[in-house]
Design a protein around this ligand. Sequence first.
Ligand SMILES: [Zn+2]
Length: 184
Amino acid sequence: MRRTFLRVLMIAALVAGGLGLGAGAAPAPALAAYGAVKWPATGVITGKVDDRCPGYDNHDGYDIAGNYRSVISAAYAGSVSYIGWDAGGYGNFAIITHTNGWSTLYGHLDGFVSRMRVGEYFNRGDGIGYMGYTGGVSPPGIGGTHLHFEMLRYDSPQVWNSAGTCGQSVSRGNSIPFDFAGLN
Ligand SMILES: [Zn+2]
């Protein structure tokens, strides 16, 4: 009952906002803000969703190759929901859960900042760890140093390939030019 009621309220609010209803109200803010999510690392894009610029299939995120031990930051504010080790895959990785079903995954990290733990809250742009080459990277070793970064919604990796091009340099903290609906 309660959930349904809240959902109806939310839908009503969304509809009203989207239609710009309300007596004398200023235009409603957009439901999501283009560029609200920030690049979590500085480096060069060497992989995108389903594409390693070019090549492999079944790649669920962006790869950003940068300097070993450079800072990785939270792309959006949220609480850490998972910290893991995946020897053949993600290596040291963490997942931060955001609002509206969104979460972000950061893989191949060399290590984490000292306050990293499940439940810890990070603001957008806060350092969470350091770029590395743990897990399965190609080429193996420090030459494969990069961040593997996924945008997930309800635990499913999303496709957002228009946000960047292969070989493009990106800077940590700069806006990702993409509208992730629900993140504003
Ligand atoms: Zn990757």
